[in-house]
Design a protein around this ligand. Structure first.
Ligand code: GAF
Length: 382
């Protein structure tokens, strides 16, 4: 967590509202493996990171509320009983969504002011949205003593995203951001919403992110389309979710689905199995196997689930050419954002440099490299 970020939101709050705020930090996340499995009731393997959203929040006695996004230099004033979704892409939808979902649960909040600022680049696929939602619900829970559990808070954040932002996301991002544990990744069962922490110490290897710095449009609608394709195939199979289906089950309905949707469902079933195997590989310290599973995950995301893009595929190809990279894949919803790479520690910088140069040459734009630390979930900063 960046101390400067916290200092910045605190001083902006003091300057703007003249009061001492409560300070909350809510992290973004990485995901080792298990992509697009969460809304299929499957398994994922995320971890909270040291980048995220810092929020300063306090009660207001002016008769209205104010949300201030420092990064966007944008302030929105609103009244609690007049909240409704704003146009697509409006950042304040994250705040309004959380407020509305708290109210839907008959919890009473009063007027408040909030200032926030983040250090996760937008569109990086590191869940700045979940971090923002969690910071708002966590801050309001503290401020108005709502008595919400962490599980209730992440469901509120998820519903905010569904109903106000319009992305029918699973629970992975909100969970990882809220429940993160320092130096651990969480092997999360998205059906029970319970996780087992795995201490991540890859000895002479490490995880490294490379951000394509692109986010292709239509990614939200493509995300929702995939979710509904998975749901309709589950219905055809007579199961609650694809988590309950096997490859053999899927074959029984091969004539009833399009080849494209067949491949998507197959990907989900296979990715779920890979995520379980990855947990075993981490337990055994078998990084070769983990790396292979990560490469297979990318292959499935690109060729079967069709959520990759040229920039992501190119970075994974760069990784494959380098024998010091054991695995690489796109991370998050797709259509841009980061690749996650499992790379030898003493070769990581050299790989980052080679890949960055090749990327610049190919796409005439820069990519960005992040060395991340696995960190604690959403918390109050004293
Ligand atoms: C996005 C969503 F928000 C998550 O719920 C998850 O589905 C992910 O894409 C893909 O694994 O981050």
């Amino acid at each position: 967590m960046s101390a400067t970020l916290i200092k910045d939101v605190k001083s902006k709050f003091l300057d703007t509202f003249g009061e001492e705020p409560l300070l909350v930090f809510s992290p973004g996340r990485i995901n080792i493996i298990g992509e697009h499995t969460d809304y299929n009731d499957g398994f994922v393997f995320p971890a909270a990171v040291d980048k995220g959203i810092a929020a300063a929040i306090q009660k207001s006695d002016t008769g209205s509320c104010c949300a201030y996004a420092v990064d966007k230099e944008s302030k929105v004033e609103f009244e609690l009983d007049k909240i409704k979704p704003q146009h697509e892409g409006a950042w304040v939808n994250y705040v309004f969504g959380v407020v509305a979902e708290i109210q839907n649960r008959n919890k009473v909040i009063g007027d408040f002011n909030i200032v926030f600022k983040g250090d996760i680049p937008g569109g990086a696929g590191m869940s700045s949205s979940a971090a923002l939602e969690n910071s708002v619900v966590f801050g309001l829970n503290e401020l108005f003593e709502l008595g919400l559990s962490k599980h209730e808070m992440i469901l509120i954040s998820q519903k905010a995203e569904h109903n106000y932002v319009g992305v029918k996301c699973g629970i992975m991002d909100q969970y990882a951001s809220m429940f993160g544990i320092k130096n651990n990744a969480l092997h999360l069962d998205c059906r029970t919403v319970e996780s087992k922490p795995y201490e991540i110490d890859f000895k002479d290897h490490q995880l490294m992110l490379i951000n394509t710095n692109v986010k292709h449009s239509l990614s939200d609608s493509a995300y929702n389309d995939r979710r509904s394709a998975c749901e309709s195939i589950s219905e055809l199979l007579g199961v609650k979710a694809l988590r309950d289906a096997t490859e053999a089950d899927l074959e029984t309905i091969i004539d009833k689905v399009t080849p494209a949707n067949y491949q998507k469902a197959l990907y989900v079933i296979q990715e779920n199995a890979r995520t379980l195997k990855a947990a075993k590989a981490i337990e055994d310290g078998d990084l070769e196997t983990l790396g292979k599973l990560i490469y297979q995950s990318h292959d499935g995301l690109s060729n079967q689930y069709k959520v990759s893009c040229d920039e992501l595929d190119f970075l994974v190809e760069q990784a494959k050419k380098n024998k010091h990279v054991l695995g690489a894949r796109m991370m998050g919803g797709g259509f841009g954002g980061c690749t996650i790479n499992l790379v030898a520690k003493n070769e990581a910088k050299a790989f980052a440099e080679t890949a960055s140069k090749a990327y610049l040459k190919k796409f005439d734009k820069e990519c960005s490299v992040y060395f991340i630390e696995l960190s604690q979930g959403t918390h109050v900063v004293k």
